[in-house]
Each structure stands twice: as structure tokens, then as C-alpha cells.
Write a protein that binds this ligand. Sequence first.
Ligand code: P6P
Length: 333
Amino acid sequence: MSKLITIERHFLEQQKYFPDAPGEVTDLLNDVAFAAKLVRREVVRAGLVDILGFAGSTNVQGEEVKKLDLFANEKIISAIGQHGRFAVMGSEENDGIIIPPQNETGSYALLFDPLDGSSNIDVNVSVGTIFSIYRLKASEPGNASLDDCLQHGSEQVAAGYVIYGSSVVMVYTTGHGVHGFTFDPTIGEFLLSHENIVTPKRGKYYSINEGSYQQFNEETKKYLDYIKEEDPATGRPYSTRYIGSLVADFHRNLLTGGVFVYPPTKTHKQGKLRLMYEANPLAFICEQAGGRATDGRNRILDIQPLSLHQRTPLYIGSEDDVIVAEEFEQGVR
Ligand code: P6P
């Protein structure tokens, strides 16, 4: 029987990589794991406690906010903010930055999407929480600002996601490999289940919303025609897998291989997905697992953020598959 390693124990083992911040990163990650357990408790019983449906408000994205979105957002802010380790936060659900009550001692910034894919909540399709952690740039604790949030993805100290599906899995990296933990409700712990995840160099799935075909540019249309041609030598046609929940599509492709593409469209000329709390954390994880993540031309982690809710096209997954998609996007194929 393999050793039972809790996520907290694993965080402690990662501490050796942060000699100048003994224990801090461990504490930060424990805060996030704790908040994830609170969110999980509600998500897995959403159908029972009548917190489904629209909360009536709309978020900064102009989307209807479901009660579980609000709940997850509030839980993460309060459960994490109370420990004073984060001086500033940015959330998909909040227009501006959040300065938690106990922020004077915080030296880190947290960017997060509290419940991505929330349009799937009512139909029991997997949804997810995505998070990204940075050290404060230059601000002294107590004076953190938006500038501390708008850092290159390559500056992330840690990143991860929680997928609330048939089982609840938390995946994270601190820049030393990618590790997954499955929640065991009988003991209330996340247990190591996917040590050192390495994504295949090439997969057999492509994930894109084919329903938006008429919204795509000619390069994307050519890519889609290519990926569906019969050519056994290059493993084509690929199979399409698209759940409409980024964390679920990303997690599947991470484990099995494949490419996820959200390209520029007529309605979203810069793509739909958010750089700071969707693309950057997943790109960090993907690269740490041996994959590739770009906006079709530029490495996601090198993009200079200009605003908290900035969008970006996203080409992410198995290295060889992402390169092929990029070559079409760049018109070299
Ligand atoms: P579309 C969910 O709303 C989300 O933000 C991601 O989770 C998902 O990948 C994407 O939007 C789906 O967008 O335009 O294909 O419905």
C-alpha cells in the first residue's frame, strides 16, 4: 500500500526550496487548501441545499452570478484573508483589488477564480477553483497595491487548481514539479494521488468550442480542418473533447495529452479567458509538467499584464500539439 501523504505534509517537503521564506509558502498553500475544503463542502451538495441558481447579481464580466460563485468567492476571501499572509487579492468576482482585513503582515498577493465554469453548476458538470501566488513586488506589507498583482506569470511563487468533479482533486506547483491530491471525505484530507505529473508530448484530443467556428479567423478554421483530416501517421483525426469548463478540459488534457485552444473570436478579439487568474496559473502548471502555453505567438508567462481582468487567447497542453496549433495561427502552415 503506497504511503498516505497529505497535502499539508507535501507542502512541508516543498519548504526546502524556499530557504529565504521558511514556512511562508507552506502556510500560504495550507490557507488555500483549507479554503478549497470549504468550497468543496458546498459544491458537492449544491443540489441539496438550494444554493443553485442565479444570485441575481452580475459580476465584472457582465455574467449572471450564481450563488455558489458568490459563496466560493466570499469563503476564499474570508478563510484566507483572516491569517494575514496575503496583503492583496484579485478575484474574477471583484472589479478591483481586495485588501484583506489582516493585511499588515502579508507579503504575498493571491489571484484567483473562485469557481470557474460556474455555468455548469446546475447540470453537475465539473467546475474548478484556480489560484496564483506572487511575492509583493516592492510594496511594504500594509501598502500593497494593484501593481503587486500585475506581475509576469513567470514571477509566480505557486499556482494550482481544485477540480470539483466525480472526485475532488487539488493540483499545484511551486516550480518543482506538478503534484495532484485527491480529497478523502472520510478523513477530510487531500491525499497524494498524482505525484510528479508529466503531460504527454503529444495527445489525441483537441478542445475548442466548434460552435464558434464562424467567429474564428481563417487561420483557426484551417487548423480545425487539419486536425480533423484522416492521417494515421500523425494520429489524425484527433478526438474533440470540450466540456466548457476550463479546469475540467485542462485537467483531462494534462493527464492524457491534448491541446486546449481558446483563440481570438469576433466577439472576443483578445480571447475570452483571463490572464491573471486562469491562463497564468495553468500555464505555470502546464510548463512544469513539460507542456507549452502561449497566446498563439507569445509565451503566456512572459505577457506583461496591464489590467486585473485582462483577457488573452490561450493555446495550452501537449508541447507538440500546441506548436502545430500555433503554426496555423501564425500562418506558417
Ligand atoms: P465558451 C466558463 O465560462 C469559461 O470561463 C471557461 O471555464 C470555459 O473554458 C470557457 O468559459 C467556455 O467558453 O465560449 O466556449 O462557452
